[in-house]
Design a binder for this molecule. Structure first.
Ligand code: ARG
Length: 464
């Protein structure tokens, strides 16, 4: 027999007895103990609200608050002793310990309260703080993007579509393309935080609170923006977890795409960048190997996070109204996802900050055919419709291929044979720098456009 908190209705000598495996199956303390601080914060607020109802006296409130603070200190110092055979979750564990420390008064704390509302408060408080930290880390990552983009401004690289060489771009522009995705994630995160800020405290197990507890006071005391509007919904509501998991899935998709580019660019075949030793590992067999494991793990963890998102949504689907224990399955994916994203962001920051940029290699990978569009545009500027110029430039590319030279090496006569509008100045088109600088509208790859993007990113992260 175990002294379980809810053992009363279980009759006779085996009061509260529970199958050993069932106990382990049911317990959540092994993972929800990370919520200890949030749980105690929520309990202190709850006690204050009970005081307002005269359910607690001033002395009792004081005793309870002091006791809860002592319990928190035990967790903080690693001194909290978990009763592995009877502590079911963080809520019952904290209450059990409070009782040991302050005696019978502890028994008044849970008046009118259900763990169903408690867990909702704890998870939101915990996640809210974690998401604040993720915002800070995301901003740090964006700052590194801006710094590296500034530093690498002169570096030109082949831009790709379909992984085929397309047009020259600035390496900084490529960096900023990934930063732009992550900026979107940071903006979306604010929306997630806003929507999850409804306080479920005071909704009871499912039907509401019969003592007239001041829900507005508790929401405010805990820093929530509003009170949750429906008790049945509130105890069943893990939409904020779904939103966090889906937000994280998209963020990880973005990080995995950056990782994939960098893995490719760091291969010997590209050689555009080199991942620092600090973020690489070696091979146990091949002495020459240096592998970008940091980036591969980020790419791999994206799948793990997406799995959490679809896995928990599947648990949520078709649940009957109000609280069901299935909802406990929201806790682990939430914790693991936030930890994974946090680590992946910090690793990304480190990889980017220490990345060696091989500008010469990128420059050497530029080929004249990547200026074929510029050849077409040359004729557009002479009034030829683009559909015709596209054809003419295509004929130039084909001719160069026949002769076995690059398009810039074809003599002017050959150009003129294909279109009489080509003149001496066509040679000026074969300049990667000029090609890039022509693309100077907002969002383009010219230095002015890239510098404007950097300035906008910097203003965004500094909150202007
Ligand atoms: N640990 C539970 C959870 O994470 C909260 C406890 C509610 N349990 C209950 N039997 N009503 O959802």
């Amino acid at each position: 027999a175990k002294p379980l908190l809810w053992g009363g209705r279980f009759s006779g000598a085996i009061a509260g007895a529970i199958d050993e495996l069932m106990f382990q199956f049911n317990e959540s303390l092994s993972f929800d103990k990370v919520l200890y601080k949030a749980d105690i914060r929520g309990s202190i607020t709850w006690a204050k609200a009970l005081r307002k109802l005269d359910i607690l006296t001033d002395e009792e409130l004081d005793t309870i608050v002091t006791g809860l603070q002592a319990v928190e200190k035990e967790w903080e110092e690693g001194k909290f002793v978990i009763h592995t055979s009877s502590d079911e979750d963080i809520h019952t564990a904290n209450e059990r310990r409070l009782g040991e420390l302050i005696g019978a008064t502890a028994g008044k704390l849970h008046t009118g309260r259900s763990r169903n509302e408690q867990v909702g408060v704890d998870m939101r408080l915990w996640a809210g703080e974690q998401l604040d930290q993720l915002s800070v880390i995301l901003k740090d990552v964006l700052r590194v993007f801006a710094e590296r983009a500034k530093e690498a401004l002169p570096v030109l690289m082949p831009g790709y579509t379909h992984l085929q060489r397309a047009q020259p771009v600035r390496f900084s522009h490529w960096l900023l393309s990934h930063a732009t995705f992550l900026k979107g994630d940071l903006q979306r995160l604010e929306g997630v935080q806003e929507r999850m800020s409804a306080c479920p405290l005071g909704v009871g197990a499912l039907a509401g609170n019969p003592f007239g507890i001041d829900r507005e006071f508790m929401a405010k005391d805990l820093g929530f923006r509003s009170v949750h509007p429906n008790s049945l919904c509130a105890v069943a509501d893990r939409d904020f977890v779904v939103e966090i998991l889906q937000w994280a899935s998209l963020t990880m998709a973005h990080l995995s795409r950056l990782a994939e580019d960098l893995i490719l660019f760091s291969s010997a075949e590209f050689g555009f960048v080199q991942v620092a030793d600090a973020y690489s590992t070696g091979s146990s067999l091949m002495p020459q190997k240096k592998n970008p494991d940091s980036l591969e793990l980020i790419r791999g963890k994206a799948g793990r996070v997406m799995g959490h998102a679809s896995g928990f949504l599947a648990s949520l689907k078709s649940l009957p109204t109000s609280y069901n224990k299935d909802l406990q399955e929201s806790v682990e994916p939430m914790i693991d996802t936030i930890n994974s994203v946090s680590t992946c962001l910090r690793i990304t920051q480190g990889v980017l900050a220490t990345l060696k940029i091989n500008g010469d290699k990128m420059r050497a990978a530029l080929t004249d055919d990547m200026l074929a569009t510029d050849v077409a545009d040359y004729l557009v500027r002479k009034g030829v419709p683009f559909r015709q110029t596209h054809h003419i430039a295509g004929a130039i590319v084909r001719k160069a291929e026949e002769v076995g030279v690059s398009i810039s090496a074809l003599p002017l006569e050959t150009f003129k044979e294909i279109s009489p509008l080509f003149e001496e100045d066509i040679s000026e088109v074969f300049d990667f720098e000029k090609s890039v600088e022509k693309r100077c509208t907002p969002g383009g790859t010219s230095s002015s456009s890239v510098l404007a993007q950097i300035a906008a990113l910097e203003a965004f992260v500094s909150g202007q």
